[in-house]
Ligand binder design. Structure first.
Ligand SMILES: CC(C)(COP(=O)(O)OP(=O)(O)OC[C@H]1O[C@@H](n2cnc3c(N)ncnc32)[C@H](O)[C@@H]1OP(=O)(O)O)[C@@H](O)C(=O)NCCC(=O)NCCS
Length: 151
């Protein structure tokens, strides 16, 4: 479902343990999650609890990467306590299905910190292929850009 102000507030309290703390959203202005240029999607469980999110657009880009209009950037994450339990593949697949249904695009693109082996493993299993590597201008760390073509 679409992001709501209440879910956006909740996201600002999400904190991931090291080394994934770079993905924590503490201190983020909740209005960023409601910004239409990043088209945030809330992944909600049967009880209405926020279990994850996906974003489509600018949020999925990392400064220093080369991005063109040939693909739509997807970002996102599972709620911190749900990570490491084999749930990520299904969450990302929901985002993929949503993108093919709702956007007139032929390719999805994700940008992942090179040491996030967990994410890279899940993305590779879903068919994403590595396209490029670059060093982020903000953190000087290496990132990988992967893409998935519509079938
Ligand atoms: C990235 C994310 C979607 C992965 O989903 P997940 O459900 O946590 O991942 P899984 O538990 O399915 O683990 C995936 C694989 O990585 C492996 N793995 C975990 N930690 C690892 C590590 N440090 N090195 C290598 N492999 C690792 C797991 O053993 C598993 O392997 P398997 O598929 O052979 O069993 C999820 O952790 C997430 O949303 N994290 C939020 C923060 C984040 O990383 N954001 C960036 C998203 S691009």
């Amino acid at each position: 479902m679409h992001m709501t102000a209440a879910y956006a507030d909740e996201l600002t309290r999400w904190e991931y343990p090291h080394p994934y703390d770079r993905y924590s959203m503490l201190d983020t202005d909740p209005s960023e999650f409601l910004d239409p240029t990043s088209h945030f999607l809330a992944l909600v469980d049967a009880a209405g609890e926020l279990a994850g999110f996906r974003s489509f657009g600018r949020d999925g880009q990392v400064p220093g990467g080369t991005y063109d209009d040939s693909a739509l950037d997807m970002g996102g994450g599972l709620r911190p306590d749900l990570t490491g339990r084999g749930l990520g593949g299904a969450a990302i697949q929901l985002g993929i299905d949503y993108a093919w249904e709702n956007f007139d695009i032929q390719k999805l693109r994700v940008t992942v910190w090179q040491e996030n082996k967990r994410a890279l493993k899940v993305l590779s299993a879903l068919g994403f292929q590595s396209l490029d590597r670059f060093v982020a201008t903000t953190t000087q760390e290496e990132y990988q850009i992967l893409t998935l073509a519509r079938r």
